[in-house]
Design a protein around this ligand. Structure first.
Ligand SMILES: NC(=O)c1ccc[n+]([C@@H]2O[C@H](COP(=O)([O-])OP(=O)(O)OC[C@H]3O[C@@H](n4cnc5c(N)ncnc54)[C@H](OP(=O)(O)O)[C@@H]3O)[C@@H](O)[C@H]2O)c1
Length: 295
């Protein structure tokens, strides 16, 4: 099966592509600013419609996995850029997929919700609370309306070892800070459902193998605040917990509102048998692996 990952140099795209290649899928990937050392990717800007059409027509993928996105704060500070990358970008990808009837996988976020409910299910009405969430939802809706076969996979706080050009995920930030013996201020009032990347890629591969369509929450099962999560990282990696200090998010003055969003992730288990592991089990597994994963 021919699969093209748009944004295969990014954190999730990199591990998705690596995992699918290892399992004998015929994979290609694109990058924007960061070519992946020793791998032949295709440079692509998703806002350049002509280049998107040309590349997808040339590669003829049966499945296109779309990962590019901006950060929550960049979206809040620059609505036009968020519209361009999240909304215009997916329009170009959809148009190209239509030419070949490729299946489209859209990597989305729990931020299509806010904290207006205790727990959100896949078929709940989205209620985004910031501009990032709004534009990710706009893109979800375009994918749904496209008449393509599609998967929308929503995730949250993915963590694992990363390549040097990747942004620091929460666990790596904790490890870096504590290993340097520095104080780490962590918020106690933001809860999330952190997602272990090896489980995310495994679950998505399974959805593709079973030719599933629709929306799935590919997140971890633990609803936890940043402070408690960091304490668990320190414990499993044998680092000094006393360096971690609790703070309140109101002291951070970040541009975009953050929400404590809990989502249900039973559907992926019920339909594929894949269990998204909890934080403790995942951190123990991460501790035992290194950058060569999956090898
Ligand atoms: N990370 C999180 O905390 C998180 C949480 C929930 C949901 N998600 C969702 O998961 C997806 C992947 O996130 P991630 O953390 O893996 O992102 P990431 O590491 O920032 O990777 C983004 C990828 O998109 C590429 N890209 C950026 N701008 C592009 C453009 N104009 N045209 C083409 N490609 C472009 C990047 O290329 P270069 O690196 O080569 O420039 C990179 O390959 C996103 O859709 C995000 O909304 C992420």
């Amino acid at each position: 099966m021919k699969i093209l990952t748009i944004g295969g140099s990014g954190f999730l795209g990199y591990y998705l592509t690596k995992n699918l290649t290892l399992h004998n899928y015929d994979t290609n990937f694109t990058f924007s600013q960061n070519p992946v050392p020793n791998l032949d990717g295709f440079q692509l800007d998703i806002t350049n419609k002509k280049n998107v059409l040309e590349l997808i027509s040339k590669l003829e993928p049966e499945i296109v996995i779309h990962t590019p996105a901006l950060t929550v704060d960049i979206c809040e500070n620059d609505h036009n850029l968020a519209d361009l990358i999240h909304v215009e970008g997916i329009k170009n990808i959809i148009e190209s997929c239509k030419l070949l009837s490729s299946k489209l996988v859209y990597v989305s976020t729990t931020y299509v919700f806010d904290n207006s409910k205790k727990k959100f299910y896949e078929d709940d009405m989205p209620t985004p609370g910031n501009y990032y969430g709004k534009t990710k939802l706009d893109a979800e809706n375009l994918v749904k309306k496209s008449e393509l076969s599609y998967l929308i996979v929503r995730t949250d706080q993915p963590y694992f070892w990363a390549q040097k050009w990747h942004h620091k995920n929460s666990v790596l930030r904790v490890l870096d800070t504590l290993k340097k013996g520095q104080i780490l201020n962590e918020v106690k009032d933001w809860f999330s459902v952190p997602t272990y990347v090896p489980d995310f890629v495994n679950a998505l591969e399974s959805l593709l193998a079973l030719d599933k369509t629709g929306i799935y929450h590919l997140t971890g099962p633990d609803f936890i605040n940043r402070f408690d999560w960091s304490l668990m990282v320190a414990e499993i990696f044998g680092l000094d917990k006393n360096l971690i200090h609790p703070i309140n998010s109101s002291t951070l003055n970040l541009p975009a509102k953050r929400f404590s969003i809990n989502v249900d992730n039973q559907k992926i288990f019920n339909e594929t048998g894949i269990k998204m592991r909890g934080i403790k089990e995942s951190l123990v597994d991460m501790h035992s692996k290194d950058l060569s994963y999956p090898s």
